[in-house]
Design a protein around this ligand. Structure first.
Ligand code: GLA
Length: 382
């Protein structure tokens, strides 16, 4: 790990951003009450203290048209207090304020978006006290969306314009690119943004989550402090995912060094869902300062997989033993797969207990559509 001074971009997101977004549970049905109640729930549940700081309004906050000055404005019926006041409120609770726009002329839900208005929108966001902007990819093409303008030929320059616009406000604002992995965004995203989506959308399905997981392989080297591959927001605690599926999803996102943007309804989450999102030992893996993305170290064709992530400090590894099949099975990993030799202390991060010393290999039973998550210490690098 380099210990040099953080660049300004790194300083914005030295570890993967954590927070909540309205999209996965609420879609465009969002309003001021929901956002304020969610902010309360973030603080009261302890999630804010655990690191979940960004409260992100996704698509649907906008009025149907810009105002007479060409400014975006929130829907008055649903955000009567305006967004400056909402941002102030979030800040007064120690939280950060995230907002959404799109690179084309319309958002995916058909609201006005930022094409040609990047500078103006960036400075408006800064006036409102925005700390995080998600810039989507709609605009939109007839085959994806209902709108017939597709900034296909110049989307990189439009994203760059938004990035410059945000930078020139002087306010530190995280930029999250949401162009679904197009144009190998991981190769250039780090020049203008702190995170970028690597795939099309997530939904609360085991199959979908496994598909997104598989698409992260090969992207490891593009990840690091200040620049994060984003496999999309969390579906932890969102039906019909089971508790085991949610736990596995969260374990894997932590192994991937993914941004952790909760997508469930925080006002009504179960204690079990909260325990997943707030597990400090799993969060410590996600937020590990070395910022290295974990990788699959076993046969990709097998439903029984071992994923490994190097953590800061020699011999430190996080390991997820993943069982993609329906019935409980034993999943094995060997030290050569982890690049280790000699005895390691093994801790179970979900049971929160030390399992003792192991040497050479390890095999544990994982529930169907589920995972075990471990931390190994004390072995030697090889
Ligand atoms: C796209 C994005 C989603 C969400 C919706 C909003 O599909 O990928 O994450 O922001 O648009 O319309």
């Amino acid at each position: 790990m380099s210990e040099g001074p953080a660049s300004p971009a790194q300083a914005l997101a030295p570890t993967p951003p954590m927070g909540w977004s309205s999209w996965n549970s609420f879609g465009r049905r969002i309003d001021e009450r929901l956002i304020r109640d969610t902010a309360d729930a973030l603080v009261e549940s302890g999630l804010a203290a655990a690191g979940y700081r960004y409260v992100n309004l996704d698509d649907g906050w906008q009025a149907p048209s810009r105002d007479a000055f060409g400014d975006l404005r929130p829907d008055e019926g649903r955000f009567p207090g305006g967004l400056k006041a909402l941002g102030d409120h979030l800040h007064s609770k120690g939280l950060k304020f995230g907002i959404y726009t799109s690179v084309g002329r319309k958002t995916c839900e058909g609201f006005p978006a930022s094409y040609g208005f990047e500078e103006q929108d960036a400075s408006l966001f800064a006036e409102w006290g925005v700390d995080y902007v998600k810039d989507d990819f709609c605009g939109g093409p007839p085959f994806w969306c209902r709108y017939n303008f597709w900034p296909w030929w110049d989307y990189r320059s439009r994203y760059t314009a938004m990035s410059r616009g945000l930078r020139s406000t002087g306010r530190p604002i995280v930029l999250s690119l949401c162009n679904w992995g197009f144009g190998r965004v991981w190769e250039w995203g780090g020049e203008i943004a702190q995170l970028w989506r690597t795939t099309f959308d997530i939904w609360p399905s085991w199959r979908r989550i496994m598909g997104i997981l598989d698409a992260q392989r090969g992207l490891e080297r593009f990840c690091g402090p200040g620049r994060w591959n984003d496999p999309d927001m969390l579906e932890v605690g969102v039906a019909p995912l089971t508790l085991e599926e949610s736990r596995a999803h969260f374990s894997l996102w932590a192994i991937l060094a993914a941004p952790l943007i909760a997508g469930n309804d925080l006002r009504s989450m179960s204690p079990e869902t909260l325990a997943i999102l707030a597990n400090p030992e799993v969060l410590a893996v996600d937020q590990d300062p070395a910022g290295l993305q974990g990788t699959l170290v076993s046969d990709p064709r097998s439903p029984l997989q071992a994923w490994s992530r190097r953590l800061h400090g020699p011999g430190e590894r996080a390991v997820v033993l993943l069982n993609r099949s329906k019935a409980a099975r034993s999943v094995e990993v060997s030290w050569p797969q982890l690049g280790l030799r000699g005895p390691a202390r093994v801790r179970d991060l979900w049971r929160r207990e030390d399992l003792g010393a192991f040497d050479g290999r390890l095999s544990l039973e994982a529930p169907g559509h589920g995972a075990r998550m471990l931390r190994l210490s004390g072995a030697q690098e090889c």
